[in-house]
Design a protein around this ligand. Sequence first.
Ligand SMILES: Nc1ncnc2c1ncn2[C@@H]1O[C@H](COP(=O)(O)OP(=O)(O)OP(=O)(O)O)[C@@H](O)[C@H]1O
Ligand SMILES: [Mg+2]
Length: 254
Amino acid sequence: MLVVEDVHKSFGAIKALDGVSLSVEQGTIAGLIGPNGSGKTTLFNIISGFYEKDAGNIRLNGKSIDGLDPFRIARMGLVRTFQVAKAPAKLTILENLLLAAKNQMGEKVLDNFLKPREIFRKEKENLNKALDIAEIIKLKRFKNEYAGNLSGGQKKLLSLGRVLMANPDIFLLDEPTAGVNPVLTLELVDVIVDIRKNLNKTFLIIEHDMNVIWHLCDLVNVLVAGSNLTKGRPEEIQKDERVLEAYLSGSKST
Ligand SMILES: Nc1ncnc2c1ncn2[C@@H]1O[C@H](COP(=O)(O)OP(=O)(O)OP(=O)(O)O)[C@@H](O)[C@H]1O
Ligand SMILES: [Mg+2]
């Protein structure tokens, strides 16, 4: 479903990505782990069209997405969350969720005149869906609060809610459980497992919480200093001493 080949990216003298490759099969949950600064978020920024790469190829469902902007890539079925959650502060939780669905539909102004019944039905459907998702992310009782008043962890949850509303084929989640309490983290793991099982969706997840990675992932990719260290099933990665070593030393010396 997603194929990343030999991606390079430098910021001035810093080589953030030095030839990273990975692929994610349809209907699986892939993990992306590695020490701080190993290039995980940079890779997400490149895949989702927020940054330009220096070299490499990326394909989504067999089609090249090289050079496309984030909006186009989202319309093709790939949506990501941000490590530091952003949400329009002056919109309520509910409005934030509804906005995510609207972006996905694409607003056709003419439709408002031509298909008013259909639009009404769709908006009602979106409202019900937004309320269901607000319940899942435990923000239903804050539905009319401004997003700007949420805590860091709650903003993280809202950003997960927004991608759930957008309903992409593949979800890229950047540390979805960072700042979220342990009980709710377990529930979110269940939500992700359910979505994969029932809707056959695909996930690529950056996480520092190894428990979450072991519970969720079919395959784990390990980055160190902008390069692939290894990949494997969680139980293989757990036993791999090079991975532990990479985390202990922070990053590879070059
Ligand atoms: N916009 C940018 N400008 C300059 N340098 C950047 C930029 N984005 C990332 N970098 C650098 O690229 C390297 C990789 O950063 P990145 O954020 O991808 O790491 P990460 O693996 O996501 O780390 P963490 O686990 O801490 O989130 C770091 O050295 C970082 O300082
Ligand atoms: Mg990061």
